[in-house]
Design a protein around this ligand. Structure first.
Ligand SMILES: [Zn+2]
Length: 486
């Protein structure tokens, strides 16, 4: 009897050692088993997750350090076609702060279908998103334990770099489709704790996009998390609570809308030039504008927005306008990522950046951060950044031009500069008054600031929308702003 049991044990040990998976594979196998088994995971066709949560406002809060602005998320529905690599996310967002579109809830619909990433506006119009955004959404499909472990367990996946840190085992996965991520599992429960991907952020460069998982519950025979937290580096960008999760339920139509499929990736930026006063040009043509200012012996640009493509096009156009004078400086209106996305391009072009002193540390860090995922102009041609902070009213003046840079702390941003041209009676501002809009959340307080400072203005020159006469600004600023409703 003893003898038989010993042989059986020996056989088991031998069998285990013959079929023992490499340690990286063992981690993935353990995770699959903890979730409910590889067979069950492979059989999953669709995953529908419904719930609510909170999103934070990375790069768009009132100061670079602030993180108090949030959107309450309701009616969240994430539908994933696992085999088809398609996903659509729908949600309602309601800001808890003075948001430029007003406090009313906004419905958001976005998706990814193969190579095509798209957004659907509340009126049903679909637009294609840039390829970088589409890439991040494809990665997003894998930021769930079931999809991540399914992809890692695939025979074509490559696994490497097993390590243990604190209570987690981590393994680097490259999927059969070539998508790379790190899978972390709990050393005790073997359930996935996190999926981490390295992605590009225009402003921050290489960042870790991480989704962590908690509060697992049964969903159709699989363990699935009901609390998901998303981070970009150390900044929490979203927290979601899952109320219902359905495996192989109805996802609805996940095909990209035809308008988005037909659209090509964005065309090169156009820069439309308008001389709005002697020596002052409006450089428009996109959603974010710039202003070029001619001094006696140099040129100064106001705003390098969005990204390399936009900022470099604006810089090139500015140099064409006055080829005899060097473009030496960039004035930045405020730190918001859509208005500072071209700061690195400006540094690469050798410009000294002038900004509110509250943004200096952020911009110095932005100029130094690695951009290897998507190398930009500064990554390809590194240069030291020259960032000058302004903490009080500053006049830049010579025989040809006088420009005052005025710090402005308002409800949209507390680290903002506005540019005032006393002779031309022009005021250049970003975001606090967008003429032609429906809602003017910040125009009232901004008009108060203008009056307090006794600025004499004929026209407001906004870095969005169109130049507006002062009378129109006063009229729009007096309109009542919408208040939150339930
Ligand atoms: Zn802004």
């Amino acid at each position: 009897m003893m003898h038989t049991r010993f042989l059986a044990l020996l056989a088991t040990v031998l069998l285990a050692s013959c079929t023992q998976a490499p340690p990286e594979q063992q981690i993935v196998n353990d995770a699959a088993a903890a979730l409910g088994g590889a067979e069950r995971i492979f059989a999953v066709r669709t995953l529908v997750i419904e719930g609510d949560g909170t999103q934070y406002n990375l790069g768009q809060d009132v100061t670079p350090e602030a993180h108090g602005q949030t959107f309450a998320i309701t009616d969240l529905k994430q539908a994933i076609d696992v085999a088809g690599s398609r996903m659509r996310v729908e949600m309602t967002r309601r800001p808890n702060f003075a948001y430029f579109q007003g406090p009313q809830p906004q419905r958001q619909v976005n998706g990814i279908d193969g190579q095509v990433g798209y957004n659907v506006a509340p009126n049903g119009a679909a637009t294609r998103v840039p390829d970088g955004v589409a890439t991040e959404r494809r990665i997003g499909i894998l930021h769930h334990p079931i999809t991540a472990v399914g992809a890692a367990r695939n025979a074509m996946a490559q696994l490497a770099n097993l390590r243990t840190e604190a209570n987690e085992s981590l393994v680097d996965v490259t999927t059969a489709n070539g998508v790379a991520f790190t899978l972390a599992i709990d050393v005790v429960t073997k359930l996935p704790t996190r999926v981490i991907s390295r992605v590009d952020n225009t402003n921050l460069g290489d960042v870790a996009l991480e989704t962590s998982f908690a509060d697992y519950q049964d969903a159709g025979g699989l363990q699935s998390p009901t609390r998901l937290t998303v981070k970009v580096d150390d900044f929490t960008t979203a927290e979601y609570r899952v109320a219902k999760q359905t495996i192989d339920g109805d996802t609805g139509d996940l095909a990209a809308p035809s308008d988005a499929v037909k659209a090509s990736s964005p065309p090169p930026p156009t820069v439309a030039v308008e001389e709005i006063a002697r020596g002052i040009w409006y450089l428009a043509g996109g959603s974010h504008h710039s202003v070029l200012v001619e001094f006696g012996d140099h040129l100064t640009l106001i705003e390098a927005p969005q990204n390399d493509a936009r900022a470099l096009a604006v810089v090139a156009r500015a140099r064409e306008l006055r080829p005899g004078k060097p473009l030496t400086e960039l004035v930045n209106s405020h730190h918001h990522f859509d208005h500072s996305g071209g700061i690195r391009a400006a540094v690469a072009e050798g410009l000294t950046v002038i900004t509110h002193q509250g943004n200096v540390a952020l911009f110095e860090s932005m100029a130094k951060r690695p951009h290897t995922v998507v190398p930009d102009a500064l990554a390809k041609g590194p240069k030291p950044a020259m960032i000058k902070g302004i903490g009080q009213d500053t006049t830049l003046s010579d025989s040809a031009m006088t420009m005052q840079l005025l710090p402005y702390s308002g409800p949209h941003s507390e680290t903002m500069l506005i540019a005032y041209f006393p002779r031309e009676r022009l005021l250049v501002e970003a975001d606090v008054y967008n003429p032609g809009g429906q809602v003017f959340m910040f125009a009232g307080p901004f008009l108060e600031e203008v009056k307090k400072r006794n600025l004499r203005i004929d026209r407001v020159v906004p870095l969005h929308a169109k130049v507006a006469p002062y009378a129109q600004f006063v009229k729009d600023a007096s309109l009542p702003v919408p208040t939150a409703t339930n």
